[in-house]
Design a protein around this ligand. Sequence first.
Ligand code: PLP
Length: 427
Amino acid sequence: MLAHERSREIFGQARELMPGGVNSPVRAFGAVGGEPVVMARGRGSHIWDVDGNEYIDYVGSWGPLVLGHAHPAVVDVLQKAAARGTSFGALTELEVELARLVCAAVPSIERVRFVNSGTEAAMSALRLARAFTGRDKILKFEGCYHGHADGLLARAGSGVATLGLPDSAGVPASYAAETLLAPYNDAGAVERVFAAHGRGIAAVIIEPVAANMGVVLPEPGYLRFLREITERHGTLLIFDEVITGFRLSLGGAQMYFGVVPDLTCLGKIIGGGLPVGAYGGRADVMALVAPEGAMYQAGTLSGNPMAMAAGIVTLRLLSNEGMYRGLDAMGAALAEGLREAARQAEAAVVVTQLGSMLTVFFVEEAPRDYASAKRADAVRYGRFFGAMLEAGVSLPPSQFEAWFVSLAHQQADFERTLESAEAALRA
Ligand SMILES: *Cc1c(COP(=O)(O)O)cnc(C)c1O
């Protein structure tokens, strides 16, 4: 058994000082049982806890670390940026540079605004869509997560699903009523919502590949269907690419599938491991953002030079030839290896995967929406998670999250992961 004394001691103190001992709910390991491991450092594809145990990491800070932990180029620009001053609250050249990279890479983004988190990006994009259309209602999909803003926590998958909360307390019913819901991958349901509310819907917001109910792929033609029906009703289509942005391709899922939304939310990878989000899109819509337009949105640390510097170096490295081919091949090989491990162990699991994101679902059939994802046996996942952790492999502490492969993962990591997975699935 790995020793976890120091983790236990620190978590004990944390619990007295912070709700649940953490600053984001899923980190508390509530969904998998046991106590959280307290992390100390990371390098490449590996992380070490405060007791000195080493793990192969597939959490990747929940998505941002596509280059792996403490990438030397990222560390270098951060040290240099810190020495020049950590924040000015004024325009810097770095913001222009990252904005240029983002606008060049993401098909829908003509102009962009940087914020500090994915939550802020989604919240602001929706406010903007309401300002532009003069309508109040939004349509979101069950099991999609768009951050924790009021009105976005209805059937929000992920941490919310993990904790078994239907919604969040503290959201006014009148406000939640502006959020309409449809099951993922269900065109008929969307048609019915538009038939009932068509002229009142400001925006449809979706994760173009769902990753917060575990990885669930859009069925062929679904995103194109959403593009068409929103266009027909004067509704804006928003892709929340906080996870898929710069992960499925440099231009995100919209480039991967060839469907261009009106607005896009970014986060995670765009900050290279620092807190950054962004929203952007059509120039005529973005013209409504203050100070150019009447939609107010601001941030003391927005466009922070440290965060911009980490984002720039990350995007530059990702734009090198062949990066995504390599990343996608690793994701596909890991998924296929896990399927083979499950066959060998005679375990009923389904591995869903696209590019470098995947989920091992303890179900019989690949989920296509929230209801079918929720059929997964989270208790068995919890046991699998525990066995893998003990074997030195760090997985997301919830059935309903994505594993992330980074460019730092090595063949030896995968071999050890697959050996451990077969043994864990057998047990
Ligand atoms: C993580 C995530 C968010 C929220 O981003 P934060 O930086 O955690 O606020 C929004 N949308 C999606 C799809 C996400 O995965």
